[in-house]
Write a protein that binds this ligand. Structure first.
Ligand SMILES: Nc1ncnc2c1ncn2[C@@H]1O[C@H](COP(=O)(O)OP(=O)(O)OP(=O)(O)O)[C@@H](O)[C@H]1O
Length: 585
């Protein structure tokens, strides 16, 4: 956290100077008032000359104090807002560096909460939290110093108070820490709940789950409230105000004794009590300021989990950068998303550059997972995935992914224009003619031109305004804009009409030209046209080769493509869209 404050050193220095000035002047004011009392009451006759001078000095002190207050507040606010903005920027940059596996283990809403609520808690930690802490320290030390100027013997009560106050505050902080962590964590869960319900609003509303979601959200909101109340209770149960009352009583008794002994004037007694009085506000605010600082620290811990995560190192990959020719080899690859749950077991195959490979198998057999290992979206637990003879872990991730495009069955589109969506995968903003040529190859150009603003039509969030077949073709077009050497398409659109099917088939055939292509499809016609077919069952390859060869030698393949009466060419094994978490941030 301290490292993050480095760019703000100047504003922090200005703030500290302004605050110090404010505090010195605030403590000087009661002292000057004491001089005024002495001038009027101290001698035989009131000394009006001195009194008028005291009033003039008081006025000057108030004006200068006001100016230092403005400077201190302004510099503090720019520090607080700057830190919040910087934290947000770093969270977002950190998120973009994370691997798919990292996102799989987290909830999208909770991650958004880190960039919003947690970053805001840093702002509050600085202003008013940190501000109060600085004020509080000066507010306590200054009066004590001025009391020492009046009579060092009077330091007894205030110094005792300061020591006990520091101990009590430290204890208070220790109690606050776990409660603050809990409060921030529950805020994250609550936000995650809203995000998930809204993202799945279609299901919530159509399946009659509204009441259930309402109850679920109410429970999350209640948990957050409970944590916040616990935090407030921990803040309220603070000892310092009681300590101050005792210290003030002690100082009064002590001052009266010194007054009686003739060691103190009445003006000095008034000044001492005034100075003790100035300790009240910082004492009361101490626990509030501690609360804000601990909440900010809890937010900072959650932010640091995103910003400084060792996952980043893995995601950068190796150093190998080269033009991909397109040979893909898997050597005894085993992989599981969760430890101890293998999804792929001992998968091996070789694909020559430029050939087309169809991957078939029952639902959940690991077909999509094979594709995700090609461009290092995930890394195998055992074995190697080789691209042109080099393991994907040794490839520079950027170089590898710009040449191997994977089109997932669950197509993600942004609520931007079609042109912007198409150029999302390209390194630099692709020009319109490249977008159009990719869209033509993917059979998407015609329906794009038929929409209201052509390539400038804004698609709804996640492509809600498009049909499944259109989304799929846009995704293929997007993959083609970067002109990848390897194209892997997970095509779940089994339930499309025959015109769309024809267009998709054409799109795939054109897209496959000149590149190594992987295709997951339930359509026999497309499988049959492939150069090589991989048959998967429960994470293993149970057969590979050409269509005729597999019909002869692979019982599972025969079963899958046993034609349905009246529906030739459809796979007999239904596919389900895979559930992928965390991809719609
Ligand atoms: N992100 C993930 N996290 C955890 N498990 C996953 C994830 N994605 C898939 N799985 C699991 O891995 C297994 C294989 O999934 P995969 O999507 O590769 O199968 P598939 O053959 O493509 O299935 P389908 O034909 O239904 O798309 C399944 O049991 C699935 O539940």
């Amino acid at each position: 956290m301290l490292g993050q404050t480095r760019p703000f050193r100047l504003v922090i220095a200005v703030h500290l100077a302004g605050s110090l000035m404010w505090q010195v002047l605030s403590a000087a004011i009661p002292l000057t008032v004491g001089l005024g009392f002495d001038a009027v009451l101290g001698g035989e006759r009131p000394d009006l000359g001195t009194f008028h001078l005291v009033v003039a000095v008081l006025l000057a002190l108030v004006v200068v104090r006001g100016v230092s207050g403005v400077v201190a507040t302004y510099s503090l606010e720019s520090f607080a807002s700057g830190l919040e903005r910087e934290a947000r920027r770093q969270v977002f940059a950190g998120l973009l560096r994370k691997s798919q596996g990292w996102f799989d283990r987290r909830r999208v809403g909770d991650l958004s909460a880190r960039a919003t609520g947690d970053a805001e808690s840093l702002n509050l930690m600085v202003s008013p939290g940190f501000d109060m802490a600085v004020d509080l320290t000066l507010n306590i030390l200054m009066p004590v110093a001025f009391i020492a100027l009046i009579d060092p013997r009077l330091l007894l009560s205030p110094v005792l108070f300061v020591v006990l106050f520091a101990v009590a505050l430290f204890e208070h902080g220790r109690r606050l820490e776990p409660v603050s962590d809990l409060t921030r964590e529950r805020f994250g869960s609550m936000t995650a709940q809203v995000t998930e319900s809204v993202a799945g609003i279609e299901v919530v509303e159509s399946a009659g789950g509204v009441e259930q979601e309402r109850a679920r959200f109410a429970a999350r909101a209640r948990e957050y409230r409970d944590a916040a109340v616990r935090q407030a209770r921990a803040q309220a149960l603070s000892l310092p105000p009681l300590l101050l009352t005792l210290a003030t009583a002690g100082a009064l008794v002590h001052s009266v004794a010194l007054l009686r002994a003739g060691a103190l004037t009445i003006g000095e007694l008034v000044a001492v009590l005034g100075l003790m009085g100035t300790l009240r506000a910082p004492t009361q605010l101490a626990s509030f300021s501690m609360g804000l600082i601990h909440l900010g620290a809890a937010g900072a811990r959650r932010i640091m989990e995103v910003v400084a995560d060792p996952d980043d190192e893995d995601e950068r990959g190796g150093t190998h950068r080269a033009a991909v020719a397109g040979e893909i080899v898997m050597e005894n690859v085993s992989f599981g998303y969760d430890p101890g749950v293998p999804v792929l077991r001992d998968v091996s195959f070789r694909v020559a550059p430029g050939s087309t490979v169809a991957v078939v198998g029952p639902t959940g057999s690991g077909k999509s997972t094979v594709l995700r290992l090609l461009n290092r979206t995930y890394v195998p637990d055992r074995g190697r995935v080789l691209v042109d003879g080099v393991a994907t872990t040794e490839w520079d991730t950027g170089s590898l992914r710009s040449q191997i495009a994977v089109v997932e069955q669950d197509v993600v589109l942004f609520s931007r224009t079609i042109a912007e969506n198409l150029s999302a995968g390209a390194d630099t903003g692709a020009d319109r003619s490249r977008l159009e040529s990719a869209a033509r190859t993917a059979q998407a150009h015609d329906f794009i031109m038929a929409s209201e603003h052509g390539y400038d039509t804004v698609v709804g969030e996640r492509g809600a305004t498009l049909s499944g077949g259109q989304r799929q073709r846009l995704a293929i077009a997007r993959a083609l804009v970067a002109d990848p050497r390897v194209l892997a398409v997970d095509d779940a659109t089994s339930a499309v009409d025959s015109v769309t099917e024809h267009e998709l088939q054409l799109a795939m055939r054109q897209a496959a030209a000149g590149r190594t292509t992987f295709l997951i499809t339930p359509r026999l016609s497309r499988v049959r046209a492939a150069d090589h077919i991989l048959v998967m069952d429960r994470g293993r390859i149970v057969g590979q080769g050409g269509h005729e060869q597999l019909l002869d030698g692979c019982p599972l393949y025969r079963r899958i493509f046993a034609p349905y009466p009246g529906e030739p060419g459809r796979a007999a094994v239904p596919r389900r869209p895979s559930v992928r978490k965390g991809t719609h941030l």
